[in-house]
Write a protein that binds this ligand. Structure first.
Ligand code: 13P
Length: 252
């Protein structure tokens, strides 16, 4: 049984005041017995404060990025140990905005995955294709490559404490969501790909969907057999909407 996850990627949004308000509303509205793990991914500078706000609540925290190196002269970077130190349990690696805007390649993403695990952070590996890949029938090729590089470097066993998020780039922030069938097809492909190395690990690995998930479409996406929750951008900045997405996980 895979326990679903609903994670809110705040990206580069918010302020101390906004975060305090949002977290207060999330805590107040969080059900006692949620069907899913619930986590927020604030910008680096707010991690410590948000960590304090959610202490002793069921809400967990992660970061949006991590340095592949352990420590040293890497100006502007933040290490896995530092994230752990301020209370993170999770970290995104290879978000499409990191890959495409900041030119992070598959190898670097795989090294970040390993760096996170070396400090007992759970990496959430983001994979997903551009619209032109999909239109040219290359979705599986792209997703397989992004996944395989991590499996080669870290071994399939790394997925025992790792999560995958399928985020089609054409669905991120566009209001254009993958249909439940499109999402399910890629999620099933990811699971089969992992099963090619280890069927048991494949069956236990959580694969989240991200890309314009809203309260109005979450239930049908989460109802798909291989969709184990969501990675939510814009809608996670609104407590009512984000909590409604969490509730949609309960109706799986
Ligand atoms: P949106 O939900 O805003 O489309 O963002 C998805 C995403 O990139 C989450 O990481």
């Amino acid at each position: 049984m895979r326990r679903p996850i609903v994670a809110g990627n705040w990206k580069m949004h918010g302020s101390r005041a906004d975060n305090a308000r949002l977290v207060e509303e999330l805590i107040a509205g969080h059900p006692d017995r949620a069907a899913a793990e619930f986590l927020v991914l604030p910008p680096f500078v707010y991690l410590q404060e948000v960590g304090r706000l959610i202490r002793d609540t069921p809400i967990q925290m992660g970061a949006q990025n991590v340095c592949a190196e352990a420590q040293g002269a890497f100006t502007g970077e933040v290490s896995a140990a530092m994230l752990k130190d301020v209370g993170c349990g999770y970290v995104l690696v290879g978000h499409s905005e990191r890959r495409w805007i900041y030119h992070e390649d598959d190898q670097l993403v795989a090294r970040k995955f390993a760096a996170a695990q070396s400090k007992a952070l759970v990496p959430i590996l983001c994979v997903g294709e551009h619209l032109w890949d999909r239109e040219n029938g290359r979705t599986e090729e792209v997703v397989a490559r992004q996944l395989d590089v991590v499996l080669e470097l870290c071994g399939v066993e790394a997925l025992n404490s790792g999560i995958i998020a399928y985020e089609p780039i054409w669905a991120i922030g566009t209001g254009r969501t993958a249909t439940p069938e499109q999402a399910q097809a890629v999620h099933a492909f990811i699971r089969e790909r992992i099963a090619g190395r280890d069927a048991k690990i494949a069956a236990a690995t959580r694969v989240l969907y991200g890309g314009s998930v809203k309260a109005s479409n979450a239930a049908e996406l989460f109802a798909q057999p291989d969709v184990d929750g969501g990675l939510i951008g814009g809608a996670s900045l609104n407590a009512e909407e984000f909590l409604a997405i969490l509730a949609a996980c309960g109706s799986r």
